[in-house]
Design a protein around this ligand. Structure first.
Ligand code: PLP
Length: 398
């Protein structure tokens, strides 16, 4: 504090002391948490130039912040896109990606039937109220999908790399070809695979969306989302969605997610190996009607080999109890002692979810039945623990 400042009243000094000091030398090795809502400059002229985009800089955190920019840069690098923007949640990211596609009343979105329930609801409630039409299709039947796309002429197509909750691997290359034939933009929700297992832009997708709440963060302690586009042109619309809709990622969560990203490769290797061991062990279990894990079917194994990072097939396993009732599923889940009963996935611990009462709760029972989501279906997000302990826990609960 200089001598002039010392003349100020203590109440004033309490507000300003210690702030906005010039940076000494030494670059921080990890990005600081820029916990500031706004930025100041030496003059109004400088602020005006930054506002006008004529000088690089930050003006207001809802428009951009260095901690968020660090996470955006990391995601841009690992997904190999041209522009990226982070948001307060995966749903905010999906909403922004859809806004960036310039949907208007009368436009059609062709949506994979096998997606997260809230994605379907976002389109059927928010977007449909503005006249956007949503048509669902089975994206695993490529011939039917091609016909459907020709019929409905979508502006946007949406699928998940590994579907929720039945874990079908999407043939992104084939779907991207159909999108191109119809001048549609393909959005891939890559949450279940993470960029470690799949980089959809390289397979022909136009935009990638993540719920960063899942594998990217990886520790169940942050909520966030990200959109990465292959086209620099989307930058204005993606930043515009952040500025105008305002689903801005908090800097603390951005920091936590960026830290999580650093260990994604190690966690994924371990989680995928664990999932394979669990799936192989449970396949054919006398209490189970079916085990869902991509590598257990010939088609799933071929797709996993081509679309995901070999030799992996994801870190999720879904099991269907022979007794296909909610009571039986809840009884099994309540008997687990180590696996955590919680809505989410992709964390370092093994987590279990009952799709019919959680991720797909808002669908009607009839629709769930059509999609093959029975009351006895339990999705297991396999963690980094010793797989022997997880297998023992699941087996005792069964
Ligand atoms: N996409 C998928 C595949 C999800 O599973 C989820 C949440 O479970 C979301 C998007 C939404 O993410 P968030 O909860 O971060 O909004």
């Amino acid at each position: 504090m200089n001598d002039d400042a010392k003349k100020l009243d203590i109440t004033t000094r309490l507000v300003h002391s210690g702030e906005r000091e010039p940076m000494p030398g030494g670059q921080p090795v990890s990005t600081p948490i820029y916990a500031t809502s706004t930025f100041t400059y030496g003059s109004m002229q400088e602020i005006d130039l930054v506002f006008a985009g004529e000088r690089p800089g930050y003006v207001y955190t809802r428009h951009g912040n260095p901690t968020l920019a660090a996470l955006e840069q990391a995601m841009l690098d690992v997904e190999e896109g041209a522009t990226a923007c982070v948001y307060a949640s995966g749903m905010a990211a999906l909403h922004a990606a859809l806004l960036a596609c310039d949907l208007k009343a009368g436009s059609t979105v062709l949506l994979s039937q096998d997606v997260y329930g809230a994605t379907t609801n976002l389109l059927l409630t928010v977007f449909s109220s503005f006249g956007v039409k949503t048509v669902t299709a089975d994206f695993s039947d490529i011939d039917q999908l091609r016909e459907k796309a020709r019929e409905v002429k979508p502006l946007v197509m949406i699928a998940e790399t590994i579907s929720n909750p039945l874990l079908k691997v999407c043939d992104i290359e084939a779907v991207a070809e159909i999108a191109r034939e119809n001048n549609a933009r393909l959005i891939i929700d890559n949450t279940f695979a993470s960029p470690f297992l799949c980089q959809p832009l390289k397979l022909g997708a136009d935009m990638v969306v993540h719920s960063a709440t899942k594998y990217l963060g990886g520790h169940a302690d942050a909520t966030g989302g990200v959109v990465i586009s292959r086209d620099e042109f989307d930058s204005t619309a993606l930043i515009g969605a952040m500025k105008l809709v305002g689903g801005v990622l908090g800097v603390w969560d951005a920091h936590t997610i960026l830290r999580g990203v650093k260990t994604l490769g190690l966690r994924m290797e371990r989680q995928c190996d664990n999932a394979r061991r669990l799936a192989e062990r449970l396949n054919g279990h006398d209490r189970l009607a079916r085990v869902y894990y991509p590598a257990l079917t010939e088609r799933g194994a071929e797709l996993a080999q081509r679309i995901l990072r070999a030799p992996h097939a994801g870190a999720l396993v879904a099991i269907e109890l022979k007794e296909q009732t909610r009571e039986a599923a809840f009884r099994f889940m309540d008997a687990l002692q180590l696996c955590v009963r919680a809505t989410s996935l992709g964390d370092v611990f093994t987590g279990v979810l009952h799709a019919a009462s959680a991720s797909h709760r808002d669908l009607t029972p009839a629709r769930r039945a059509e999609l093959g989501i029975s009351e006895g279906l339990v999705r297991i997000s396999v963690g980094i623990e010793s797989i022997d302990d997880i297998i023992a826990d699941v087996e005792q609960a069964l």
